[in-house]
Design a protein around this ligand. Sequence first.
Ligand SMILES: C[S@@+](CC[C@H](N)C(=O)[O-])C[C@H]1O[C@@H](n2cnc3c(N)ncnc32)[C@H](O)[C@@H]1O
Length: 279
Amino acid sequence: MINPKTPASPEVPPIWAPGIIGAPTPKPARVRDYWLGGSHHSAADRRLAEQFTLCAPQLPYLVRTHRDFLRRVVTRLVRDGVRQFVDLGSGMPTVGNVHEVVQRLAPECRVVYTDVDPVVVAESRELLAGDDRTVYLHADLLRPEEILDSPDLRGLLDLDEPVALLAIDVLHHVPDSAEPAELLTTYANVLGPACQVALSHTCRDEQLLDAIRLYSDIYHEALPECAFRSAAEVGDLLRGFELTEPGLVPIPLWLPDADTEPDQNPEYFSGCAALTRRR
Ligand SMILES: C[S@@+](CC[C@H](N)C(=O)[O-])C[C@H]1O[C@@H](n2cnc3c(N)ncnc32)[C@H](O)[C@@H]1O
């Protein structure tokens, strides 16, 4: 799964989002932006990125692979006529995030972003200022009613028209005790009979678990608990849905296109993805 392609250059363009310059507390969302080649990160974020990659050199490629699935799946959804998107656990909406991709294809597309982290939400709202076809909700995806009943969501989306629900690299933050399969069904029930759900999930493997242990040993800091699931367990999260072609597959094998970074052993990629419809 380790890909030799070099990560984003440290020679990044100037940081222009207010509040980020010199941010003393690093944020994984900005580390992600750094790995994706964006410009919304501080020296502290870059330092954390280097600490992570020392322990897990595969992480930048993992992040790029999830992001490329996001691009491919929302492109497919727009081509199928979907114009409304609800993105759970969005992180920073930079470098090829949902609104950039879908509004390039169909400017009328509307996007509801959500995240539980107030700093990520505040910085993201600054980045999205002036775009009246996106809103960014500060909400916990474990409380679907906060998102689904939000006046901002209801004001932006028409739930009589098709909506896609996106859960991209986020459900490892949802433990089994929070019943992620039931959560997805709750969202889909409210988002309407035409709701499609796109999901990508980082899978559990020994390399990743070793890297987490190594990080804690070197930096004396425990990382938050994550529910990295096997592909079979991810399949179980989707039991209320019907898989569309090509099914639940290793992410690089989900309809790769000419812009997809080639993976030498895609079948061994430790993360899976699917696009589903309601049954
Ligand atoms: C690994 S990042 C993925 C971000 C984005 N989906 C992407 O593909 O780039 C996970 C994000 O989920 C957010 N998150 C974690 N738990 C959450 C929760 N319970 N509700 C909403 N967002 C959550 C984190 O703050 C983080 O920004």
